[in-house]
Design a protein around this ligand. Sequence first.
Ligand code: ATP
Ligand code: MG
Length: 269
Amino acid sequence: MDEAIAVEVRDLEVGYGWGGNATRILHGITMDVARGRTVGIVGESGSGKSTLAKALVGLVRPTAGSVKVGGVHVSSARGADRRAMRRKVQMIPQDPYSSLDPRRTIGEALAEAVDPRRAKVTAHRDEIVHWLETVRMPADTIDRYPHECSGGQRQRVAIARGLMIRPEVVIADEITSALDVSVQAEILNLLASLRRELDLTMVFISHNLAVIRHVSDEVVVLYHGDIVEQAPAADLYQRPRHEYTRTLLDSVPGAPGFDIRPRPRKDAS
Ligand SMILES: Nc1ncnc2c1ncn2[C@@H]1O[C@H](COP(=O)(O)OP(=O)(O)OP(=O)(O)O)[C@@H](O)[C@H]1O
Ligand SMILES: [Mg+2]
């Protein structure tokens, strides 16, 4: 096992359903995520991005191929290995509104992440405050309830919760798509900073190449369950090689605050 590789995906196939109703969604995905790097995954709706995310966290079983995190197979882990795997791979939820229990304070939600059995805020106060500050939230958020926080603040809490157990890999699947555009930019800027500060290893999924660009070292383009292009981010935006990638670049919505297209279109006439 190469120590520099956090996630190793080999010939991954995933399908849903059985027998005559079975549909194959991922058709042999092979990719690595190096430690300390972020791989962005982009593709249109239905291309299989969330299915890949679920395979990475062990929520769907591959029909063929393998996913290893830190050298351990994700889907075959059992018992204690499986619990350890749950902590190694953290998924940041997409929806900041349904991801937090409305009856528990932010402090309680975060205490539970550190210690699921003894979720006492008092025992973990310093650590919780540290992580709230890490995601640029005031310390007194600890006593607030989710309904007292905005969508963007809740998403920061969800990020803190995903990061505070120091997972080997963070999976972020469309974590800004439920937010207003201005708040999206805030969350992306935060992630872009945290990625460096905490040396995160991340799989960052979005249907929007402008969003992906903001936080990715490498980009994987998914089309109908196949990888059609995989390149360092700078190369992909400067010189997209696959026709589909060009289509995606052309359809990037103009999100304020993002440098979306670095080059003038050569073929514009
Ligand atoms: N549990 C399921 N059972 C059957 N089919 C499913 C299931 N989940 C997803 N699919 C199908 O798998 C395909 C890929 O879905 P997936 O959610 O991975 O796409 P996606 O790229 O994440 O799309 P989006 O951008 O809309 O989130 C779609 O055709 C979807 O209908
Ligand atoms: Mg999805």
